[in-house]
Write a protein that binds this ligand. Structure first.
Ligand SMILES: Nc1ncnc2c1ncn2[C@@H]1O[C@H](COP(=O)(O)OP(=O)(O)OP(=O)(O)O)[C@@H](O)[C@H]1O
Length: 439
């Protein structure tokens, strides 16, 4: 049957959305993309950043400050809040949107109002424009410092062919050049990883020093304070504290993640609104599974065909064999079986890199195991339901996997019955023998 949206269907959609939103007074306080004005805690981290940036007033700024810590610990929020409230010119760029190093410089330029450049125009040309734009900006505002905030700094290092270390070197050289023009610039990198984990050349490392600010994960009570504050501003009616506690507990299971807590509270509210009920723990449970589903779908739909094949290989092995850990070579064999015959396979090495991507995305976990004389090898285990992954990767293919498992289980049952039967026959023929011998 064809599905289409007519006026009646649209009216229903509008009604559903209104119901979803009915229990909120102002949802903007539950928006993870906007920068909040009310920050709970984080005084010491803010102070350190202000100290690094304002040292320009005394004539010397460190070229690079590295901000690092687990996700949802407030890194991006604090950096943007501080920059917005100091007399500095700044440019905040989330590098996740870039696929290559050249893509990163294009993102920076476009944030500064410049059109995209073509690869062929080259990095040196791009840096020439970057320098001009910074000088123009400082001239206009009469500020002396330009802060370049590079969020998701790790992205730069995915493009190994684009020479990420060279790129950082070029920015540091620009910082030095601006200094000779009596202008200051500071690069603030934001990442989940510490700077030493990146493959930066010695010439970069020796120039940037070690100015780091670590953001410790929030405790359960920190997360609770953050969402209590948001709940007060965003819902029409007061939310029970045990519901907020429950959201905070779930969001602190692994590490205190404020983003997860805010998403959870918003989604629980939407579900409660749709069901026309007061928000309760039941809605939080539903929100947890809805968010997990959404997250998986986003990761998988954004991945390449081979990434989805790697996910599918791990899901199939896990589902069919009811087993957790799988080696790279078993997974590669499985990948070779699933891939469509007219598609070119990626190499074993590239496939192992893809498995690492899977771990980075949170879909799987890995461990290293000794293989005796053969050294060490990696093992991978899914961290989510294989059916959810398999169905999201290739919905037309997954039913055949379910069918194979059914067949395998039926065959195992049949062989069990056969064994029982034959051992029964053997014991009854032995019984006859004993009787004949008079025992
Ligand atoms: N101390 C805080 N007070 C109020 N809200 C906070 C605080 N810390 C984080 N948040 C909120 O939590 C959400 C996530 O914060 P943020 O994006 O800054 O985390 P992050 O450490 O940069 O995460 P990631 O590494 O995943 O990018 C945002 O909505 C932010 O407003």
């Amino acid at each position: 049957m064809e599905h289409y949206v007519d006026k009646k269907a649209l009216e229903k959609i509008v009604g559903d959305v209104r119901a979803q939103n009915s229990i909120f007074s102002d949802k903007s306080f539950l928006d993870n993309l906007s920068v909040t004005n009310s920050i709970i805690g984080r005084e010491s981290e803010s102070k350190k950043l202000v100290k690094f940036l304002l040292s320009y007033e005394k004539g010397l700024v460190v070229p690079l400050v590295s901000i690092y810590g687990r996700s949802g610990s407030g890194k991006s929020t604090i950096v943007q809040f501080v920059c917005q409230n100091l007399d500095v010119d700044f440019c905040y760029v989330n590098l996740r949107k870039a696929k290559t190093v050249f893509g990163c410089i294009n993102l920076i330029l476009s944030e500064l109002g410049h059109e995209n450049l073509k690869n062929a125009q080259g990095m040196n040309y791009a840096f020439g424009i970057f320098e001009k734009l910074i000088l123009q900006k400082l001239e206009k505002s009469d500020n002396s410092i330009f802060v370049l905030c590079l969020d998701e700094f790790d992205t730069l290092f995915y493009d190994k062919r684009g020479k990420p270390s060279d790129f950082v070197y070029k920015i540091v050289v620009l910082v030095e050049k601006l200094r000779t023009l009596k202008r200051h610039m500071c690069i603030v990198t934001i990442s989940n990883k510490v700077l030493s984990e990146f493959n930066l050349d010695d010439r970069v490392v020796s120039r940037i020093g070690t100015s780091e600010i670590y953001f410790d994960s929030y405790s359960q009570s920190d997360v609770l304070k953050i969402i209590r504050n948001r709940a007060k501003k965003s819902f029409l009616k007061k939310i029970d504290d045990d519901v907020l506690q429950y959201c905070a507990d779930i969001s602190s299971e692994e590490h205190g993640d404020a983003r997860r807590a805010i998403d959870l509270l918003r989604t629980s509210g939407e579900i409660a609104g749709t069901e026309n009920e007061k928000i309760s723990k039941k809605h939080v449970d539903k929100a947890v599974s809805q968010l997990q589903k959404n997250q998986i779908t986003t990761i998988i739909s954004g991945g390449s065909y081979h990434f989805r094949l790697a996910c599918a290989a791990l899901s199939r092995l896990t589902y069919i064999n009811d087993e957790g850990w799988h080696s790279t070579s078993d997974l590669f064999k499985q990948y070779q079986k699933i891939i469509s015959p007219d598609t070119r396979q990626i190499s074993y090495r590239r496939f192992s890199e893809m498995l690492v991507e899977l771990v980075n995305s949170g879909i799987a976990v890995s461990k290293t195991e000794s293989k005796g004389r053969h050294g060490y090898g990696s093992q991978f285990k899914l961290s989510v339901d294989p059916e959810l992954i398999g169905n999201s990767c290739f919905p037309d293919w997954w039913p055949s996997v379910v069918e194979s498992k059914k067949k395998k289980e039926a065959a195992a049952q049949a062989s069990k019955r056969l064994k029982l039967l034959s051992s029964g026959r053997r014991s009854s023929s032995l019984g006859n023998l004993y009787r004949t011998l008079g025992f």
